[in-house]
Design a protein around this ligand. Structure first.
Ligand code: AMP
Length: 215
C-alpha cells in the first residue's frame, strides 16, 4: 500500500503513522523529519533549509521533490510506504503522480485528516518532540514522566522552533493556501479517504482501519 497522509500541521499524521508502520510493516517517509535531521547534522541541505523551516514556510518544490524521489528508490519501500507531509503543493503532487505511474507503482490511498482549527491549535500549542526517536509528547495531554526526557528512548524532549505561536500561524496559513487544494486534486482522482482526526490517536487508528477495511 502506498499511502499519503494529508492534513494540517498538528492533525496527528506523524503520531498515526507510528501505528500504521507497525501494522503494515512499511516505512514512514516524513519530509519534515528529513529536513530536521539534515538541520541537526549541519549538512548543506540542512543549512539551506533551516531559516525556511523555522519560519513555517515551505521549502522549494525542486529541492523537496528531488529528496523524496531519491528516498523512494530505496529498497525498503518495495512493500509500500507512508508519505507524511508530502506532497504539500500541487506541483509536488503532479511530480509524484507522474513518476509513481511511470514506475508502475501508483499511490493507493490519500488519507485526509479531517480536524477542527481549535483542535489543531490545542495540539500544536503544547507539542513536545523527542530529538532522538521523534515521538510526540504533549505538555498537558501526554507529558513524559520526567520533564525533558523521552520515556521511550531517553532522548531529549523539546519544543520544535516552528511550534512557536508566530510560526504555527504561518504554517496554518501556508496549509490553507498551498496544501488544502490537494484535497480536491485527490478527490477528483478517486483516491481520497477522509478520517475524523479530532479524537486521540487510538480512536484515530480505529477510524483509519475502518476506512481502509483493515479491521
Ligand atoms: P512537518 O514536520 O511536516 O510539519 O514539516 C516541517 C517543515 O518542513 C515545514 O513547515 C516545511 O518548512 C518543511 N517541509 C516539510 N515537508 C515539506 C514539503 N512537502 N514541501 C515543502 N516544505 C516541507
Amino acid at each position: 500500500m502506498n499511502l499519503i497522509f494529508l492534513g494540517p500541521p498538528g492533525a496527528g499524521k506523524g503520531t498515526l503513522a507510528g501505528k500504521v508502520v507497525e501494522l503494515l510493516q512499511i516505512p514512514q517517509i516524513s519530509t519534515g523529519n528529513i529536513f530536521r535531521a539534515a538541520m541537526a547534522s549541519g549538512s548543506e541541505l540542512g543549512n539551506k533549509v533551516k531559516a525556511i523551516v523555522e519560519s513555517g514556510k515551505l521549502v522549494d518544490d525542486d529541492t523537496t521533490i528531488a529528496l523524496v524521489k531519491e528516498r523512494l528508490t530505496q529498497a525498503d519501500v518495495a512493500k509500500g510506504y507512508i508519505l507524511d507531509g508530502f506532497p504539500r503543493t500541487i506541483p509536488q503532487a503532479e511530480a509524484l503522480e507522474k513518476w509513481t505511474i511511470e514506475v508502475g507503482n501508483p499511490i493507493s490511498h490519500v488519507i485526509n485528516f479531517d480536524i477542527s482549527d481549535d483542535k489543531v491549535l490545542q495540539r500544536l500549542g503544547g507539542r513536545l518532540v523527542c530529538k532522538k526517536c521523534g515521538y510526540n509528547w504533549h505538555k498537558t495531554f501526554n507529558p513524559p514522566s520526567k520533564a525533558g526526557v523521552c520515556d521511550k528512548c531517553g532522548g531529549e524532549v523539546y519544543t520544535r522552533p516552528d511550534d512557536s505561536e508566530e510560526s504555527i500561524k504561518k504554517r496554518l496559513e501556508v496549509y490553507r493556501n498551498q496544501t488544502e487544494p490537494l484535497i480536491g486534486f485527490y478527490r477528483g482522482k478517486g483516491l481520497l479517504v477522509d478520517i475524523d482526526a479530532n479524537p486521540e490517536v487510538d480512536q484515530m487508528f480505529v477510524n483509519f482501519k475502518e476506512a481502509l477495511n483493515l479491521l
